[in-house]
Design a protein around this ligand. Sequence first.
Ligand SMILES: O=C(O)C(=O)C[C@]1(C(=O)O)C=C[C@@H](O)C=C1
Length: 108
Amino acid sequence: MTTRDIDESVSTELNRLRESIDNIDAAVVHMLAERFKCTQQVGHLKAAHHLPPADPAREGRQIERLRQLAESAHLDPAFAEKLLNFIVAEVIRHHERIAEESATNGQA
Ligand SMILES: O=C(O)C(=O)C[C@]1(C(=O)O)C=C[C@@H](O)C=C1
């Protein structure tokens, strides 16, 4: 096997792995888009009923559950918690904007 053959087999393997990574990234984006569709509806429901954008008790339960799922999937639980917090912070910003718009326009 020449150096060029080794390089080719490495780049073939790298490309194969990157195709899977691209598929997984696409799935993550689609799943996040679906999650945000749900949370937008929650935002409108909360605004219509004057409920606060954030629910720390619910977040506590979600974090506990995700940490356990992460552990059984051999994923760092601290990473799973940070990821959820990052997503939820964005959702809360959306909820706040919906509540502001609803207060201004009188609709949720
Ligand atoms: O379940 C809710 O009450 C939501 O608003 C959704 C959500 C989430 O993104 O999962 C966002 C904000 C809350 O603090 C808790 C959870």
